[in-house]
Design a protein. Structure first.
Length: 805
């Protein structure tokens, strides 16, 4: 059936109703107007008839028919719609009429005029004529006694007026109908519009769009209905998941989804399904699965479901054809949806592309096969290797046992070597001590005898003894140094000292030897050479003295030059290069590489000629290396040699002054004490277990203006110190009964307890090692002089400590 809108229906209905009412009104009005007009004509006709009846009395009584005729003619002339008039006498004979020649006889049948009580009621007879309907109105002359007057008026007058009235009426009615129709349209629209909105809303909701809101603001039943509809929707929204929301979920999910009816019509397909199989989802909805090729996804899925219809659920792997003609492996699960009554409704299929998984599985399978293969090969290799290893193992075990034996032997050898090294060091130390003590006596004795008045030969002999003693002292000192270096006990100290002053002293030390040989001894220091530096002054000087003394020794004529130049500074450290150049005999090229080795001399004849032990350069190089420096040599035989020593020295942050007012290089701010010892003689306590040593010292100090007390061991010394006051104590370290360390400690303790001023104590030690010096200082000694001491060293010490006494 064709759908006709409610609005159209309303408009048509209202218009038809309008027309019907209009028509009814029209006919009603027509009938009423016609009736009124007829009454009017009847009245007029009756009036004319009555008037004529009254006017006809006299002519009838006088039988003046001409007057009657004139009367009739006048009326007919004045009244337009008057069709006829005729006057009858009592005998119904026509006395006058308006018909002209012949009077129509059948008119005489017209009714009698009204009389009596009904005389006001007009009696009208309707006559048919050629020109239409006529109204005949009679009037009695003298109540009919004299006759009758009949007046005939045509109905045309009524029709004419009626037509005019109806024309107007039709015009107005058309206007009214038009207005009515417009009103019908407006009214129908007003009524049906909210209904249409409501209907659209219902349709949307029916499609699952629960977010729809109807906007009708009319204050009537429809407005109320819309309100109820909206609240119903709100309730629905809260209790139901909207179609739109469901669609969003379905189209967002990554699994492909298809829904068909049990008959195989596609109801829904999501985006993922379209993408996976190459369809446009919208185009698929409504399609029948049978219209797809047999292996294509929708049909193949439906077929799979048909197979498992009984179970109601199916999950399975398979291969589906895409729209593009490509086969893809899929995992699908199908399920039947049921309504509330449990009646099967639609089939839902969820499909996943498992080509990636399949590929990975294949890869895995391949890898597994490879692995198995490898495993087999590995097992074979392992068993082969195991067999080989077993053989090797046996060999190894034997080797291990052998190695262990070797290691044990090596350990024994190493321990023996270490023990030998320790023994060597100890031997050297002990030997040096044992040798220094007699040497001390020899040197001091020679020096003392040198001052005596001797004959020429005696003096020469004494000189030889002195020289031999000095050479031996040098050798012992070198041996001690070497032993110390090799045993790793060499300690490099960092103290502040005046570098140019140290160089001056070095030159001064050797200037006498140079002068004797007629050599020029030059010192060249760079202008930018730092003055106060931090380093091991004694060791550096030892190296330079060795090099300069070698240069003097191996130069017969010409000069020996010492230069010092600073290198580029790195942070606070300045590398200083010292060069000792000579114009001496030089060294052969092949010997240049070996002169730094122990006991090596360039030429054995040299020893005979110049003396020396071959240890000096070895010790020097080891000392330089211990100071993080390096030493090189350049030499041309017959021309001369140059020894290069580079040592990093650092600059102090500030020049420090020690508590005795001495600066770093030990210079005392005063004069030689000898010049000041005029009045009170200072008293020195000399502690030594060797009577020879005490004797020697006494001889040496004989000419000095001081008094000497002697003690044979530490204990004696402590007791004497308790009883007397001394200006200086010369304390031997190795002594029987009580050694020098203990005696010094007890003296210091005594001073502290008695509140006595500290007396300078100078240790006399045969050991010149740093740890010996350190041990002396720790015991409380102020200084030390190593044995065998030289006169100068002893006098320096006296100057230093007795100057104020
Ligand atoms: P020695 O105590 O014999 O001088 P050194 O180790 O100081 O021992 O020197 C080793 C050798 O190097 C010397 O015997 C000498 O042959 C050679 N020698 C060292 N300095 C010079 C030099 N300035 N000129 C020539 N030969 C030198």
């Amino acid at each position: 059936m064709t759908f006709i809108r409610l609005r159209t229906k309303c408009i048509i209905g209202f218009t038809i109703l309008n027309l019907l009412i209009g028509m009814a009104l029209f006919f009603l009005i027509r009938f009423e107007v016609h009736h009124r007009l007829e009454q009017e004509i009847h009245k007029r006709g009756a009036t004319i008839a009555r008037h004529l009846a009254e006017s006809s009395v006299t002519p009838i009584l006088t039988e003046n028919t001409i007057s009657l005729q004139l009367l009739v003619n006048n009326y007919v002339k004045t009244e337009d719609d008057l069709r006829y008039i005729y006057i009858l006498n009592a005998r119904n004979e026509v006395l006058a009429h308006s018909f002209g020649t012949a009077f129509p006889k059948d008119l005489l049948k017209a009714d009698e005029p009204a009389s009596g009580a009904n005389k006001d009621r007009v009696k009208v007879t309707k006559l048919r004529s050629e020109e239409g309907l006529l109204y005949d109105m009679p009037a009695g002359i003298q109540q009919g006694q004299l006759g009758q007057v009949h007046v005939g008026i045509s109905e045309a007058a009524v029709t004419k007026t009626l037509d005019g009235v109806l024309t107007h009426l039709l015009f107005y009615m058309a206007g009214i109908i038009c207005f009515g129709t417009i009103m019908a349209v407006v009214f129908a629209t007003a009524i049906t519009r909210p209904i249409a909105i409501l209907a659209a809303g219902v349709k949307q909701v029916g499609m699952g769009e629960l977010d729809y809101v109807t906007k009708i603001n009319t204050h009537d039943e429809i407005g109320e209905l819309a309100g109820s509809f909206n609240s119903m929707l709100e309730n629905l929204r809260q209790t139901t998941v909207s179609r739109q929301y469901m669609d969003k979920i379905i189209n967002t999910m990554n699994d492909a989804l298809i829904v068909f009816s049990q008959e195989g019509v596609v109801y829904n397909v999501n985006r993922a399904f379209g993408e996976l199989f190459g369809y446009v989802p919208e185009e698929m909805i409504g399609c029948r699965v049978v219209d797809f090729p047999k292996q294509e996804a929708p049909r193949c899925l439906y077929a799979a479901f048909e197979n498992a219809f009984q179970s109601g659920y199916l999950s399975h792997e398979g291969t589906c054809l895409c729209a593009s003609g490509k086969f893809i492996p899929v995992l699908f699960s199908l399920a039947m949806m049921h309504d509330e009554q449990g009646k099967p409704q639609e089939i839902i299929g969820v499909v996943n592309d498992i080509s990636g998984i399949k590929k990975a599985q294949e890869e895995l399978e391949k890898k597994r096969a490879e692995l198995e293969n490898l495993n087999r090969t590995l097992e074979e290799m392992v068993s082969l290797r195991t067999a080989e290893l077993a053989v090797t193992n046996e060999g190894l075990r034997a080797e291990v046992i052998n190695s262990k034996l070797i290691a044990a032997e090596l350990k024994i050898a190493r321990d023996a070597a270490e023990a030998a090294s320790v023994a060597k060091s100890e031997f050297l130390t002990n030997m040096s001590h044992e040798m220094r003590t007699p040497l001390n006596s020899i040197i001091v004795g020679v020096e003392f005898l040198g001052e005596a008045d001797l004959g020429r030969d005696q003096s020469r002999c004494l000189e030889m003894i002195g020289q031999a003693g000095k050479n031996m002292l040098v050798l012992i000192n070198d041996l001690i140094d070497l032993a110390r270096i090799e045993s790793g006990r060499l300690e490099i100290v960092a103290e502040e000292f005046n570098l140019p002053e140290m160089l001056d002293k070095t030159v001064e030390l050797l200037s006498r030897s140079a002068r004797i040989k007629g050599l020029e001894l030059l010192l060249d220091t760079a202008s930018d050479l730092p003055v106060i530096v931090v380093g091991d002054r004694i060791r550096l000087q030892q190296v330079l003295v060795n090099l300069v003394s070698n240069a003097v020794k191996f130069t017969l004529q010409g000069r020996v030059e010492i230069s010092a130049r600073p290198g580029p500074r790195v942070d606070n450290t300045i590398p200083i290069t010292f060069v000792v150049l000579d114009t001496g005999i030089g060294i052969d090229e092949e010997k240049l590489q070996t002169i730094f080795e122990t006991f090596t001399q360039a030429d054995s004849s040299i020893t005979r000629r110049f003396g020396g032990s071959g240890l000096g350069l070895t010790i020097s190089r080891r000392l330089v290396e211990a100071m993080s420096g390096n030493m090189q040599v350049e030499s041309t035989p017959g021309v001369g040699s140059s020894f290069y020593v580079t040592v990093p020295l650092s600059e102090p942050a500030a020049i420090s002054i020690n508590r005795d007012g001495q600066n770093a290089n030990g210079c005392r701010n005063g004069q030689d004490f000898a010049k000041n010892i005029d009045t009170v003689l200072p008293v020195v306590l000399l502690v030594d277990d060797s009577r020879e040593n005490r004797e020697l010292l006494r001889l040496l100090l004989l000419k000095k203006q001081l008094l000497i007390d002697e003690a044979g061991n530490g204990h004696e010394a402590v007791e004497m110190f308790r009883e007397n006051e001394y200006d200086l104590v010369l304390m031997d370290i190795q002594m029987p009964i009580m050694d020098g360390y203990t005696a010094t400690r007890q003296i210091r303790q005594m001073e502290e307890l008695a509140g006595r001023a500290k007396t300078p104590i100078v240790a006399l030690t045969a050991h010149a090692y740093e740890n010996d010096v350190q041990a002396c200082k720790e015991a409380g000694c102020d200084d030390h002089i190593s044995k065998p001491f030289k006169k100068a060293a002893l006098f320096d010490c006296l100057t230093k400590y007795l100057n104020g006494a």
